[in-house]
Design a protein around this ligand. Structure first.
Ligand code: ADP
Ligand code: ASP
Ligand code: MG
Length: 406
């Protein structure tokens, strides 16, 4: 019997009726002869509601306690789904991340999965049960509960699929696949029938929130065949697979936007070895990820350095950068969180010159100023003013003729 790992996102388990529908879907899959492990997210906006409670408490708590709290959201939905399965006559049980053997590092709130120990899951599957695993959580080497970052249930599912050598990993969500742009801001976006691992990883990393980037990375590294599909319809979804198995390799497969961006610039930095390392070491030591970095040659022996970080990290980053600015003798700094990152992604881009130039031209024609640029082999990203995000997505979508993709 083939093992299937499924995952249902927050909107798919938002209330008891929806949970019952998921239970029926899982029972039908089991009836087709599959062994089923399913991961669930917290119901609806539960994680946001829990975070709001902590804001009422104010600053001063540590991330360990935050993980203790946030992990409870997924435990609720996991047990409610197991109860619904039982009520429908199907043997089932729910497991927390640590009961399921999801072993992580000790970085609270952004833990990475180091290993999977599926012994308990295997035992329960052998007894004919559907095993429901609380997503987004694991256990650190010291026995503490950790969480995997926002959207982390995707990663729980792909990691279980990789660790248990599942035939497929099915990510059920509120859209019926990966689209050429976020359908919420580009209604003309079309569904991609296939996307290769490399594109999905880039697409997710630059803001296509339909899959957590770490899940895309694990799928690529372990060659897990993932399908993203709707919880509410029976339509086929988008298959994430090897580039060699793609029917066609597109130059541009999609446009993504990311509003979770803030920009910091440091002015008049001495042009000496070791300066950049001082700036970025301070951030790295505090687990603040830096995304784009631009260093511009200015007058004589002084540069400007500008970089982007996640918007919610801005208040933690500013005092660290202020200290470094004083330490290295820079003239000053500026920051802003009214920016967005807009990106085009496509596996065929690497063999076709001029794609980035086309992107810049479209932004210029639409009066959109580019503040920063970064590229990889299969992606070009620009930082623009946040207010122009939708206009930029729609203009790029049209320019690269993505309306009729599939
Ligand atoms: P879940 O709770 O099921 O994990 P998410 O909200 O995390 O669902 O992800 C699904 C959402 O991702 C969609 O509702 C959609 O708005 C957004 N999204 C962003 N970019 C894309 C894209 N390129 N294709 C499909 N969905 C996208
Ligand atoms: N509940 C968590 C979140 O809202 C994890 C997830 O949904 O994947 O980010
Ligand atoms: Mg998600």
């Amino acid at each position: 019997m083939a093992l299937l790992v499924c995952k249902f996102g927050g909107s798919s388990v938002a209330d008891i009726n929806k949970i019952r529908r998921i239970a029926d879907k899982l029972i039908a899959m089991k009836a087709q002869g599959h062994r089923i492990v399913t991961v669930v997210s917290a119901m609806g906006d539960t994680t946001d509601d829990l975070l709001e409670l902590t804001r009422e408490i104010g600053r001063g708590h540590d991330l360990r306690e935050l993980d203790m709290l946030l992990a409870t959201g997924e435990q609720q939905s996991a047990s409610l789904l197991a109860m619904s399965l039982q009520a429908a006559g199907c043997p089932a049980l729910s497991l927390t991340g640590w009961q399921a053997g999801i072993l992580t590092d000790n970085v609270y709130s952004k833990a990475r999965i180091n290993d999977i120990d599926p012994i308990r899951i295997e035992q329960e599957l052998d007894q004919g049960k559907i095993v429901v695993v609380a997503g987004f959580q694991g256990i650190a080497p010291n026995g503490d509960i950790t969480t995997l970052g926002r959207g982390g249930s995707d990663t729980s599912a792909v990691a279980l699929a990789a660790g248990m050598k599942a035939k497929h990993c099915l990510i059920f969500t509120d859209v019926d696949g990966v689209y050429t742009a976020d359908p919420r801001i580009e209604p003309r976006a079309s569904k991609l029938r296939q996307i290769c691992y490399e594109e999905m990883l880039e697409f997710a990393s630059v803001g296509a929130a339909v899959l957590q980037p770490r899940a895309a990375e694990l799928a690529m590294n372990y060659r897990v065949e993932v399908e993203i599909l709707s919880s509410f319809t029976e339509k086929p979804g988008t298959i994430i697979t090897e580039v060699a198995k793609m029917d066609k390799v597109r130059t541009v497969s999609g446009v993504a936007h990311d509003l979770n961006v803030a920009k910091i610039a440091i002015f008049d930095v001495p042009d000496q070895p070791g300066i950049a390392s001082k700036v970025f070491r301070a951030l790295a030591d505090n687990a603040i990820n830096v995304d784009m970095i631009v260093q511009s040659q200015m007058k004589g022996d002084r540069n400007d350095i500008a970089f982007t970080i996640e918007r919610q990290e801005l208040s933690r980053a500013l005092p660290l950068v202020e200290t470094v600015v004083a330490d290295i003798g820079a003239a000053g700094m500026a920051y802003g969180d009214d920016v967005a990152k807009i990106s085009i992604v496509g596996a065929g881009m690497q063999s076709k010159p001029g794609v980035a130039a086309d992107m810049f031209a479209v932004l210029a024609e639409n009066g959109i100023n580019i503040q920063m640029i970064s590229t990889s082999e299969i992606k070009t990203s620009c930082i623009i003013e946040e207010a122009q995000t939708q206009k930029a997505v729609q203009a790029l979508h049209q320019c690269f003729d993505l309306e009729n993709e599939s």
